[in-house]
Design a protein around this ligand. Sequence first.
Ligand SMILES: NC(=O)c1ccc[n+]([C@@H]2O[C@H](COP(=O)([O-])OP(=O)(O)OC[C@H]3O[C@@H](n4cnc5c(N)ncnc54)[C@H](O)[C@@H]3O)[C@@H](O)[C@H]2O)c1
Length: 387
Amino acid sequence: MKEFKIGVIGVGGRGALARSAHKLEDGCRIVAGADVKSKAFEDFKKHVGEDVFTTNDYREVLKIKEIEAVFITSPDYLHEEHALAALNAGKAVYLEKPMAITIEGCDKLLKTAMETRSKLFLGHNMRHFPVVLKMKEIIDSGLIGEIQVGWCRHFVGYGGDAYFRDWHSEQKNTTGLLLQKGAHDIDVMHWLMGTYTKSVVGMGMLSVYDKCKRRPETEPGCAKWSNGQWPPLEQVGFSPVIDVEDHNMIMMQMENGAQASYMQCHYTPDGERNYTFIGTKGRIENVGDYGKCEVHAWTQRGPRETPDIVYKLKEVEGGHGGADSGIVPSFIDFVRSGKKTNTSPIAARNSVAVGVLGHKSMRSGCMLQQIPKLPEKLIEYFKNGQE
Ligand SMILES: NC(=O)c1ccc[n+]([C@@H]2O[C@H](COP(=O)([O-])OP(=O)(O)OC[C@H]3O[C@@H](n4cnc5c(N)ncnc54)[C@H](O)[C@@H]3O)[C@@H](O)[C@H]2O)c1
């Protein structure tokens, strides 16, 4: 097999994920990287070699003919522009979640991928989380019957560290954090419940972080991670503009008749994504979402403290609880040999659609919103593995 050449757009921050694709022993080489911040190239070069081509203009990367695939790990509001350009340049695309910040943006990407026949892959790494895979395995085994209800409580303990200090804090860059963070969980709920959302209603508000001290407008925004940043109201250095909600709640009516809810709060002392799925024969719930976590199953009547089955998960190496080391090879195998993927561009679009319309609902007096349907031709194209 000839060497598989890769480019990266947005080499800093999440761009670190792409570095694990640089595996010369497997015939994969990162040959170029783009970033608007030249400082980001220092670390990038340490990992992929001093001779890698770097540029501040992502279009220079797309001009390199030998590059077959690009990782797009730039901020959300650039996904649509960067991915459209990459697909039109004939590159296979690894696009970070969320697919885009509007439904129209996602639909344009799906259509362009189908028309150009450039492969599109979405970085929904939670579909490689060991705890999510275990819950899917249990549900698919039929142990808890037909799933009727799914709930996710998302305690974002690091919300103030990561999302209220830089571009994340503004609707114009993200649409909102229900979409930004929730795209993951909505996608997981769709996947595990085997369906998509038909309609959504939401409530949410900016309840705490609007009262925190801001940085001066002249200072650049930057995430700052520390457990010492507590309690929430005493945090400082937040963005001058915060117009996204710091807690979000949505309820979803699914196409198959089931129902689900997702709740997200950015100022909890602890952090976890806590899912429960309730079927006609029982219920499962995760306890912990990273490392040595557990999935509890109740299949008989009895107290919550004594689940009937406890599945103990071992710690898996790699970023995001081992998910990152699963998703990168999945992308490479998909592009190089057409291997089936856990993730799906249609599902990614549908999670964005719920996020966008959940926000619309909470910002317009909790009005129920209908998710627009995609043309069958597009659905079929992606269902058939983009062949
Ligand atoms: N799947 C996951 O677990 C996960 C985790 C973290 C972030 N993300 C996603 O990754 C993306 C990036 O997030 P981040 O926190 O790393 O953001 P970030 O602000 O750190 O941006 C990432 C890199 O993109 C660069 N960049 C900005 N504008 C650019 C441009 N016009 N051209 C080229 N490069 C540009 C930045 O300088 C930075 O180095 C987001 O979409 C986020 O949702 C996903």
